[in-house]
Design a protein around this ligand. Structure first.
Ligand code: HEC
Length: 176
């Protein structure tokens, strides 16, 4: 009795060029291909999609603010942590300019983003100004944290939230 592995290719009379295992392999390759296509083209997005990158960075913003709020409300961490979170937000502000490439407004990609087309009308000015404002408030918050004054931290967080983040959202982010 000859085992499969001992057979020379083509020595099996039942094996045609596209028969047996080869056919299974081709089907598998097609299925994997379709699966990857679905993953990367899901609603037109891919893993390096600028809209996803933008939302991720915005969520980072939020996480940092929430950590500072946890210090204020529940005494989680200390002022050094607050300062570090504030500086992270400031460093995100520096990256904001690159988050709005052309073709990523809610008009270009309906249902995938809340970025209003108004951003692109005067993109450089709008986004740079908003990012600068956000940076300024984030650095004031870092200064307040360095001073160790909890009330000053609370006030600075409020300003950053309302003016730094909210100022841009109210103009350039569509409601859900
Ligand atoms: C330059 C303008 C601008 C600034 C400044 C800004 N944002 Fe945003 N943010 C946006 C826009 C536009 C969107 C919508 C992005 C999208 O849907 O593609 C957004 C979306 C978000 C989202 C939702 C992300 C998601 O998953 O859909 C969160 C949370 C957020 N921002 C938090 C913040 C926080 C916190 C700050 C301040 C520390 C901030 N943002 C500063 C413009 C800004």
């Amino acid at each position: 009795m000859i085992r499969n592995s001992e057979r020379l290719p083509g020595s099996d009379p039942n094996e045609t060029l596209l028969g047996g295992n080869t056919n299974i392999k081709i089907r598998y390759v097609v299925l994997v291909g379709v699966g990857m296509g679905l993953l990367t083209s899901c609603a037109g997005m891919s893993l390096d999609d600028p809209i996803i990158a933008r939302k991720n960075l915005m969520r980072d913003n939020n996480n940092n603010l929430e950590a500072i709020e946890a210090y204020l409300k529940e005494n989680k961490g200390g002022t050094a942590d607050v300062a570090s979170h504030a500086r992270k937000v400031a460093s995100i502000a520096k990256q904001i300019k690159g988050l709005f490439p052309k073709g990523t407004s809610l008009k270009d990609r309906p249902g995938q983003t809340r970025a209003k087309p108004a951003i692109w009308a005067k993109r450089a000015i709008h986004i740079e100004q908003a990012a600068e404002i956000m940076y300024g408030y984030a650095m004031s918050l870092a200064d307040a944290a360095d001073s160790g004054d909890k009330r000053a931290i609370g006030a600075a967080l409020d300003q950053l939230d309302k003016r730094g983040c909210g100022g841009c959202h109210s103009k350039f982010r569509a409601l859900k």
